[in-house]
Design a binder for this molecule. Structure first.
Ligand code: ZN
Ligand code: ZN
Length: 353
């Protein structure tokens, strides 16, 4: 199915074959999880070129691909492979090849032409099948559990690092093959930076704490943000928190298939703008999630990606106030025929005990 879609794209764009170098794309199409290798896919052939370290792994993970053994540099093998599949116009992923690699390939490209392509596989990846959805749901459930755990763990006086480590150990010891990304625990003023990481700062009672985390299971990622208050939240916290929650709720209720990422973004942004905090929300509403933590579709102010059933993406508005902190609430949703289904189950009440 995945190869069929790619082959349709090849035919539509008038290419005979395509070379795939982007790691997640390579895995998505072949099943091969190794960290080095190039796929060559034509209408009737599928080849995976890699080196000695991975020969056995390829046979196990990618039985539908013919293994081409790289014993020297890949470029020395390239003309032969292209000839074997009988290709004249050969696509490559222009965003995932270094200038040096491109130059090397170009040097040996005799009798065929290298044609740049953009996001072909990424577009196919944006729509998830049931198997992928199942893996994403597992990763989401683990992050949800980690959050439920941390709510009972976190107390004023702890450092951000202690809280982040507790989250990491929780996810790693309960099935995450790795973290989806470095955990963010941003307390008080640190939370004003949307991508703050983790510091030795001591969390104080009454201030917002933004926690952004995700687990990776079977290659698929989750991405969860909740903002809590260690201790009693004050009026300011409640005001900001309610606006962010309202923005998220509006998007989750009103986004429909056929909208662009930009239109989805505008729904939540309007709520925050009308509340007077438009200048304090500087990032997009969300992003696709799957084999990569950030993938298609884009769900931001500039995204023309059309949201289709089967797409999985985040909905994560936020408000960031210098010297005070930030509030961000992030869910993962899957697009259905009649709107989005929220997959994240982590509580949102804890921000306002
Ligand atoms: Zn996140
Ligand atoms: Zn995110």
């Amino acid at each position: 199915m995945r190869l069929t879609k790619l082959r349709e794209a090849l035919a539509a764009e008038g290419l005979d074959a395509i070379l795939i170098t982007q790691p997640e794309n390579r895995r998505y199409l072949s099943g091969f999880t190794g960290s080095a290798g190039v796929l060559l896919i034509s209408q009737d052939q599928a080849v995976l070129a890699t080196d000695f370290r991975y020969y056995e792994q390829v046979e196990k993970q990618a039985p539908d691909f013919r293994l081409a053994k790289i014993t020297d540099k890949f470029k020395t093998l390239l003309p032969e492979l292209v000839q074997q599949v009988g290709a004249k116009r050969v696509g490559f992923e222009s965003a995932h090849l270094t200038v040096d690699q491109h130059q090397e390939w170009q040097e040996v490209a005799e009798g065929f032409e290298l044609v740049p392509t953009k996001e072909w596989v990424e577009k196919i990846r944006a729509v998830k099948d049931e198997d992928e959805l199942g893996k994403i749901e597992k990763a989401i459930a683990l992050a949800d559990q980690a959050f439920a755990h941390i709510v009972s763990f976190i107390e004023p006086g702890m450092t951000e690092k202690e809280v982040a480590w507790e989250l990491e150990v929780f996810m790693r010891t309960r099935g995450a093959e790795k973290l989806a990304f470095d955990i963010i625990v941003a307390s008080g003023p640190n939370g004003a930076m949307p991508h703050a990481t983790v510091s030795e700062r001591v969390i104080r009672a009454g201030e917002p704490v933004v926690m952004d985390m995700g687990a990776r299971i079977d290659g698929y990622n989750s991405d969860l943000t909740r903002t809590v208050c260690a201790g009693r939240p004050d009026g300011k916290f409640r005001e900001i928190y309610d606006i962010v929650l309202e923005a998220q709720r509006a998007a989750e209720q009103r986004v429909r298939p056929g909208m662009t990422g930009k239109q989805a973004d505008a729904i939540a942004r309007q709520v925050i703008e009308e509340a007077g905090y438009g200048d304090n929300y500087g990032h997009g509403l969300g992003h696709g999630v799957g084999l990569a933590v950030h993938e298609k579709p884009g769900v931001g102010r500039l995204s023309e990606d059309v949201l289709e059933p089967g797409m999985v993406f985040t909905v994560e508005p936020g408000i960031y106030l210098t010297d005070w902190g930030g509030v961000r609430v992030e869910d993962i949703v899957v697009m259905r025929e009649d709107g989005v289904e929220v997959l994240t189950r982590a509580s949102k009440d804890v921000g306002r005990q």
